[in-house]
Design a protein around this ligand. Structure first.
Ligand code: BGC
Length: 255
């Protein structure tokens, strides 16, 4: 089934048509920068432009960069604080006329990797970590999603949340070399390893494109691999999640 997958990030909103049964992207990715206000109405307008671009008729799957429970935004993340409490499903449906399935963006990326990528068939605790404006984390235990893991929110030194220090946005803001930033990311992974002892960590998000240039800085014991779907995982996973909701009426089941 062909489904429009959308991945909403702090810097860009990206969409593509996906074969949600095979995980294959059927079109080029269409990207519009995230409005600088990062407010609900402005972002909903971009969603509507993306849906129009594909001249698409069916249900839409959407990865969203905050805690999402039953379609409702539960934290601001790196978006405007007025998002908190907004029913994202309803807002996007109102603006576009399409049915929406909305879930956390890293959970969506994890869905893609667990179904069609390096996570396929992997038991134990598998983590998808996405590196972008924030640090996202999707957790799967024996293939079942544990929604809304928020490992980027761990307080660290003077920072309220470690993602302020170790996400790709910190690298840009502080003009860090890949080497210096990579050491910070490794420190983040060390804390993650200490706290939850995962069996496998999959690294996705925009910065994972540079994996070959910083993987030598990753020194933790846990296996860490690149999501080969890279920054398409969020789009593909959102479409897969949407298909699951169409079939089963809920998301938290085996990936
Ligand atoms: C949010 C997460 C999100 C991550 C990546 C963080 O700021 O708290 O929910 O997954 O950014 O977008």
């Amino acid at each position: 089934m062909e489904i429009l997958g959308i991945d909403i990030g702090g810097s860009g909103i990206k969409g593509a048509l996906v074969n949600a049964e095979t995980g294959e992207m059927l079109t080029e990715r269409y990207r519009i920068p995230t409005p600088s206000s990062r407010k609900p109405e402005d972002m909903a307008e971009v969603i509507s432009q993306i849906v129009d671009h594909f001249d698409y008729k069916g249900p839409v799957g959407c990865g969203f960069p905050t805690i999402v429970k039953n379609g409702v935004c539960m934290s601001a993340g790196n978006l405007h604080s007025s998002w908190v409490g907004v029913n994202i499903d309803e807002l996007f449906t109102k603006v576009t006329g399409h049915e929406f399935t909305v879930l956390n963006d890293a959970d969506a990326a994890g869905y893609a990797s667990m179904n069609y990528g390096v996570g396929k068939g992997k038991d134990g605790l598998v983590l998808m970590i996405t590196i972008g404006t924030g640090l996202g984390s999707g957790a799967f235990y024996n293939g079942v999603l544990l929604p809304n893991f928020e490992l980027g929110q761990i307080p660290y030194k003077k920072y309220k949340k470690i993602e302020e220090w170790a996400a790709a946005s910190a690298k840009e803001r502080e003009g860090l070399t890949l080497e210096r930033w990579g050491k910070r990311f490794n420190k983040f992974l060390k804390l993650v390893e200490l706290i939850i002892s995962p069996d496998l960590i999959i690294v996705g998000g925009g910065t994972s494109k540079k994996w070959g240039e910083f993987n030598h800085l990753i020194t933790i014991e846990t296996d860490v691999v690149k999501a080969e779907l890279m920054n398409h995982a969020g789009i593909i996973g959102a479409a897969v999640a949407c298909l699951r909701e169409q079939h089963h009426g809920h998301l938290s089941e085996k990936a």
